[in-house]
Design a protein around this ligand. Structure first.
Ligand SMILES: [Zn+2]
Length: 62
């Protein structure tokens, strides 16, 4: 089995992990209209808007 050639310092290990949070983020943005989290390049499920236009009808009343 492969063995590490040398010790990875805490600084180097932490620097490597500092980019990990991005992995869960791609494509997830805040909706500019309602402020909820939505998938980028997708119609917002909460308000039904995309690119400033209403695309789908959403039932907001409960
Ligand atoms: Zn929205």
């Amino acid at each position: 089995m492969a063995t590490p050639k040398g010790k990875v310092s805490k600084a180097r290990r932490n620097a490597r992990r500092s980019a990990h949070w991005k992995l869960s983020m791609p494509g997830i943005v805040k909706c500019p209209r309602c402020g909820k989290m939505k998938l980028s390049h997708h119609v917002c499920k909460a308000c039904g808007y995309y690119d400033g236009q209403k695309i789908v009808e959403v039932e907001e009343a409960k």
